[in-house]
Design a protein around this ligand. Structure first.
Ligand SMILES: NC(=O)c1ccc[n+]([C@@H]2O[C@H](COP(=O)([O-])OP(=O)(O)OC[C@H]3O[C@@H](n4cnc5c(N)ncnc54)[C@H](OP(=O)(O)O)[C@@H]3O)[C@@H](O)[C@H]2O)c1
Length: 308
């Protein structure tokens, strides 16, 4: 099969179109014909070798953890799925390699669910990693009805889902974004504020007594203002800054594969509570260009690589 792969750590230039053997399903996996695979900042960190102490890489490594496609082969014990099912998955394994930027991929059933009926497979591929991250982080922070919630990185891949899910939970949401994304963040259901030097002043106007939850989906300097903006009983959670746990008494979250949570996301999407934003698509052969685009750090929603 055709896949994108790399055999040494480095920038997008180490990626090339490669012929690799077709994957076999393990006992509790299914093989999927990939229609589309979304890309994520973590792929760039992994390929750069920056997470080498966290996850081993098996070269030649096919990148990508997000996928939507059609089941073409089931495993020995996979009653959850049948050949022909349209599925989506956050297909993270315990090693890096065997990823989703390929014509076929083997998916452990615990990473997959039936794709949302209302989406194309390109849109479905844009959901798993970021949608699960948003859902699991809001849950860990205990976001609930009536909460005043500040979401950093509201226009990004994770933030797009985070704002909508927090609104669905009944929270009042303020979201940080650059000025160019304020209309977009408004459409998602949040009050936009610009990040940067006037953040505390502007965000405080929306929550004079402080935020009940501060959710960091951006990293960088986002949490520098957390102590000033948090209500006395408030909680912080971050997906990109360990200070949330080590200095602020909150939570640092690393998204986990979960077929149950994917089914929850599919329900929210099919019921019209959450919409999906695909910023751009690239064909498989242009995966390196897609990763350069993502590394710019200002994607609105998701970038998706199309495979067929
Ligand atoms: N721990 C986990 O499980 C986990 C899971 C997913 C992602 N992450 C990490 O979380 C981060 C975000 O991921 P993503 O997929 O959402 O990235 P993304 O799609 O590239 O989005 C980044 C967004 O951040 C915004 N942004 C940039 N600088 C900002 C700042 N200083 N303050 C607020 N917003 C800012 C940009 O919006 P503007 O254009 O408006 O500036 C952009 O929309 C990455 O570092 C990623 O590696 C961690």
């Amino acid at each position: 099969m055709k896949a994108i792969a790399y055999s040494a750590f480095g920038g997008p230039e180490v990626l090339s179109v490669t012929d690799l053997p077709d994957p076999h399903p393990g006992p509790d996996s299914v093989v999927v014909e990939v229609h589309a695979a979304a890309i994520n900042p973590v792929d760039n960190y992994l390929r750069g070798g920056h997470l080498d102490g966290v996850l081993d890489t098996h070269f030649p490594a096919v990148p990508g953890w997000d996928v939507a496609g059609v089941v073409v082969q089931t495993g020995l014990d996979t009653p959850e799925f049948s050949v022909g099912d349209k599925v989506f998955a956050y297909a993270r394994k315990d090693v890096v390699g065997g990823g989703t930027l390929a014509e076929r991929v083997a998916l452990p059933v615990r990473t997959a669910a039936l794709a949302p009926r209302s989406l194309s497979l390109v849109e479905a591929a844009a959901v798993p990693l970021t949608g699960l991250t948003a859902l699991q982080t809001l849950r860990r922070a205990g976001v609930t009805e009536g909460d005043r919630v500040l979401i950093h990185g509201a226009a990004g891949g994770v933030g797009t889902f985070g704002v909508q899910i927090a609104r669905h939970l009944g929270a009042h949401v303020v979201g940080t974004a650059s000025a160019a994304n304020h209309d977009y963040v408004c459409d998602l259901g949040a009050e936009p504020v610009e990040y940067g030097e006037h953040l505390v002043e502007h965000a405080s106007e929306h929550a004079p007594e402080g935020f009940d939850k501060i959710i960091d989906f951006a990293g960088g300097a986002s949490l520098d203002s957390a102590a000033a903006l948090l209500a006395p009983t408030g909680t912080v959670a971050s997906i990109a800054d360990a200070r949330a746990a080590t200095e602020l008494g909150g939570h640092y979250v690393w998204v986990r594969p979960s077929s149950e949570d994917l089914a929850t996301l599919a329900g929210l999407i099919d019921d019209g509570h959450v919409r999906v934003e695909v910023a751009r698509t690239y064909p498989l052969e242009q995966a390196a260009e897609a990763y350069r685009d993502l590394a710019g750090g200002h994607t609105r929603g998701k970038i998706v690589v199309t495979v067929r």
